[in-house]
Ligand binder design. Structure first.
Ligand SMILES: Cc1cc2nc3c(=O)[nH]c(=O)nc-3n(C[C@H](O)[C@H](O)[C@H](O)COP(=O)(O)OP(=O)(O)OC[C@H]3O[C@@H](n4cnc5c(N)ncnc54)[C@H](O)[C@@H]3O)c2cc1C
Length: 572
């Protein structure tokens, strides 16, 4: 039998959401907390370290900002699909989260008067992106981890790959995992689980995400019976560097950068005359694709036609002080210096608005399981997320779920059993079946084709025809996956096996996303359908819920919480 480790609470993921949750539990329970933090990468290599531009919060009511305005911007940005009660809770908690990080010692960028600097971000009516130059995520992660270390009440499971979430009778029972370094198969048992496993960006080939971000948490939760909410809403960030996809932060435009087409025009004038380059991401990405399709782009490698991001008027001092990473990346990857040269960019897959359905406390339909961060859909972003609201969401719901779990642990719940037959079945599935299969299909080839399908059929603009064709291709890839061969039959650091399990997650998620997209015959936020170009509030002002059944993904809906703001036309 595999080893079973027990902790009061398991946190699946060591990004911003996971670390913030761990810290909240440690802070509330002190030395009596027993926390297991599981991450498939080294703790500080979670994708959160890549966050660049900033974290949103209202910090200056006396200069004209307000919680009400942050809430309105978020709701309008969401194309009215965000739950408004959740948005209220979110904007209220953000300032405290930032002040808390300040007290924990984060080295924020400051104004001359010593107060925190905040820069403009798309769709926000006031500068709210609080930042540490353009390396905000790295500093936030370091601060959280340094603070957590003081508590010494946690065990790190670094490079431990979770393969399934075990649920029985509607209750959380434990996790199954592979310890990469030894190849040992593990059971992990806990009285509570916080899923904080991040996004699914590498479903696309042209993406800003680290290769480790493969949607495992969403796929495992779905298989365990939890519905996924609003999965069809994928965010395309306007400025991915061509051809690598590396993010050119929205901070570039927040600092005053322009977008230009091949005729040198600031084309956003036509699409968002007031906000221009500071409109929300969905609107700018659609405008950019419209320009490219109209022939006003530049021909790029591998079909990656592009436009220009122009920072040349900002001057060397501003670029060096506020956007040092952007300059470094442009020089290292393209040999161009943005102080003097224009940057080739195009819309790039960046964020998943949907995720595991969770309520305002991060609670899910399964007892003992909470979800926080990008993996969750508490529905603060609706159909389109505003920039700098995601790291803020991770901090806020890391804090909220941590507090909820601390409360739960104080009631002294019993340690559940991780049923032996479930452990054996998972062991058989991976080591008895998947590792032994010899059908000749290469998992990397399947992944490459999957990404091509997502890039080509499920992009900024969609059509029923393209989505349907995409769905049948995804389904045939799923059939081929049944014949996949893992060539490395060893145990130690078997990344070949891990990657194959990740591809299996991506295949499930691709099917779910496209099924949900086909069912939503309207255009809203990140879901723009050519054949249904209008928003249809009468029929689709509702959340999608996709659950697993024998025939595949099943789509249902639930209402949006609308408290103050009725939907209106979105102009910027
Ligand atoms: C390049 C880039 C820049 C960004 N910039 C900003 C920004 O400036 N402002 C902003 O608000 N947002 C930004 N975002 C978005 C934001 O950074 C992310 O949404 C957020 O950091 C996600 O954090 P998380 O804690 O949910 O997950 P992550 O930080 O992705 O962490 C996920 C964790 O789950 C673990 N995990 C996953 N699967 C498994 C498994 N099977 N077994 C074990 N462990 C697993 C991983 O090891 C990792 O520890 C950016 C995103 C990118 C990609």
């Amino acid at each position: 039998m595999p080893t079973v480790q027990r902790h009061d609470v398991l946190i699946l993921g060591s990004g911003l959401a996971g670390l913030r949750a761990a810290l909240e539990i440690a802070r509330r329970l002190g030395g009596s907390a027993d926390i297991g933090i599981v991450s498939k990468v080294q703790l500080m290599r979670s994708h959160s370290v890549c966050a660049e531009g900033g974290t949103g919060a209202v910090l200056r009511p006396e200069e004209g900002d307000s919680l009400e305005l942050h809430a309105w911007d978020t709701v309008k940005g969401s194309d009215f699909l965000a739950d408004q009660d959740v948005v209220d809770a979110f904007v209220e908690a953000c300032p405290q989260e930032l002040r808390q990080l300040e007290h924990w010692g984060l080295a924020w960028t400051r104004r001359d008067d010593g107060r925190l600097w905040q820069r403009a971000f798309g769709g926000h009516s006031f500068p709210r992106a609080t930042m540490a130059a353009d390396k905000t995520g790295l500093f936030e992660m370091q601060t959280l981890y340094d603070t957590l270390v003081k508590y010494q009440t946690f065990t790190r499971y670094d490079e431990v790959f979770v393969t399934s979430i075990v649920v029985q009778d509607g209750e959380f029972r434990g996790l199954t995992a592979i310890d990469s370094a030894t190849g040992e198969f593990l059971g992990l048992c806990g009285k509570a689980l916080i899923i904080a496993s991040g996004g699914l960006g590498t479903l696309y080939g042209f993406t800003t995400y680290s290769q480790t971000v493969t949607g495992d948490g969403q796929a495992m939760a779905y298989r365990a019976g939890l519905p996924l909410e609003d999965p069809e809403f994928i965010q395309f960030h306007p400025t991915g560097l061509v051809p690598s996809g590396i993010l050119m932060t929205e901070g570039c435009r927040g600092e005053g950068g322009y977008l230009r087409n091949s005729e040198g025009e600031r084309f956003m004038e036509q699409y968002a005359p007031e906000r221009m380059e500071m409109a929300p991401r969905d609107i700018i990405s659609r405008s950019m694709m419209t320009e490219i399709l109209a022939g006003r782009g530049f021909e790029g490698p591998g079909g990656l036609d592009y436009l220009h991001l122009d920072l040349t008027h900002l001057g060397a001092d501003k670029i060096n002080e506020r956007l040092p990473l952007i300059r470094e990346v442009c020089m290292d990857f393209l040999g161009l210096d943005p102080i003097a040269a224009l940057i080739p960019v195009r819309p790039v897959a960046h964020y998943s608005m949907g995720g595991i359905e969770a309520d305002v406390t991060g609670g899910t339909r399964v007892g003992g399981i909470w979800a926080a961060g990008e993996v969750a859909c508490v529905s603060v972003h609706g159909a389109n997320r505003l920039g700098c609201n995601s790291t803020a969401e991770c901090l806020v719901w890391g804090g909220i779920t941590g507090a909820e779990v601390a409360k739960h642990l104080r009631t002294n719940p019993p340690m559940p059993d991780l049923p032996g037959e479930r452990l054996q079945a998972e062991h058989r599935r991976i080591f008895g079946d998947m590792l032994q299969r010899d059908g000749g299909e290469n998992p990397y080839e399947i992944r490459r084709e999957l990404r091509q399908i997502m890039d080509g059929h499920v992009g900024v603009f969609r059509t029923t025809q393209e989505l349907s064709a995409g769905l049948s291709k995804i389904r045939s890839l799923k059939e081929r996956f049944a014949d996949v061969t893992v060539q490395d039959k060893g145990r130690i650091y078997n990344s070949n096996l891990q990657n194959t399990l990740e591809v299996e997650c991506l295949l499930d998620l691709a099917e779910i996303i496209v099924v949900a997209a086909l069912a939503r015959t309207e255009s809203r936020g990140g879901h723009a359908q050519r054949d249904y170009p209008e928003r249809d509030d009468e029929n689709f002002l509702k959340h999608t819920l996709v659950s697993s059944n024998d025939e595949g993904p099943r789509v249902a809906y639930k209402p949006v919480a609308i408290t103050k703001w009725k939907p209106v036309e979105r102009t910027y």
